[in-house]
Design a binder for this molecule. Sequence first.
Ligand code: 13P
Ligand code: SF4
Length: 390
Amino acid sequence: MSTTTYEEPAPTPLALLLLGRGSDPASERGVDCPGDLPAASDPDLVARARAAKAALGDRVFVLGHHYQRDEVIEFADVTGDSFKLARDAADRPEAEFIVFCGVHFMAESADILTTPGQQVILPDLAAGCSMADMATAEQVAECWDALTDAGVADTVVPVAYMNSSADIKAFTGSHGGTICTSSNAKRALEWAFEQGSKVLFLPDQHLGRNTAVRELGIGLDECVVYNPHKPGGGLTVEQLRAAKMILWRGHCSVHGRFSLDSVDEVRERVPGVTVLVHPECKHEVVEAADMVGSTEYIIKALEAAEPGSKWAIGTELNLVRRLAKAHPDKEVVFLDRTVCFCSTMNRIDLPHLVWALESLVEGRVPNVITVDPQTAKHARAALDQMLALP
Ligand code: 13P
Ligand code: SF4
């Protein structure tokens, strides 16, 4: 019998790198963590995290996104969606260190909104976001050139989802646009259509389409999809001129996997179930669901639900599992049995959090996320526009 030894696959430009190993500087993820990570099997991890946090006191403020693991959420001073967390960070000017348990674009936004004296730390630099990676500054500049060539650029207002890099936010700010989140996308689009006659929505085509069609009554035929991998986005000049919504061809690797079949299957499996999904899901899934809303909306809907009611939730699994645990009087199931955790959100685990906190105690500031001042200035304009939305 022959024995096989495991060989770690060589990193490729497309591979999702193994936790904290290898380097992929062209994406948000995949940068080595310098220093020694504690072993995941260390039985003292919880005690070590507690001790390090206590030693740091008010100097550190730990933020936890709703999609983080339970073991990490336990140490968060506040939890929330990406918008709420950015505001929470901005409201804590006395904290020297903001440890962001979330993904890279969230830490960037926190850096933009906090004071220059504060440092934002991402416990694992490999925690990026595949959706944010789907729109690069270069691709968006090419898109703008295509819109200019088609003679429509001066009628287009960019609206960028919070889930985008600081570069994309800066592009949006310097072209008179706004940032939005899944909870204020309707208001952002209404505002944008008061400024111009077309919107370039990026990077999530699904949030853009769902909001435009369901909340603003825009026709599906008035939406076009700009594919950054095709010349001119794969669209003709006539299509660009006729469109109201130009949707960037990006999606969330988690929410984009829920399907119409998942909805049909759960309705059969759990009679009387209410299907509640995040607007990053595909249009057909959102149309088939009973309720649609952001992470914060989903949490509030469950809090308001009647005991004994049944819910199938289409969002990230860590959050759905916590909701099921928090509401034992209700039946809460995950919308699809095969969809997985968000792999990049899950990169922040207890060993990385302990490593980050203990490094701070020892006087080393690890994994600082900084946005250069020029980018931050324009990105801030787009974020401020969002904060000023009616
Ligand atoms: P929110 O943080 O706005 O709920 O967005 C969902 C998401 O996919 C975060 O990565
Ligand atoms: Fe990105 Fe989707 Fe993961 Fe959020 S859940 S970090 S949008 S891949």
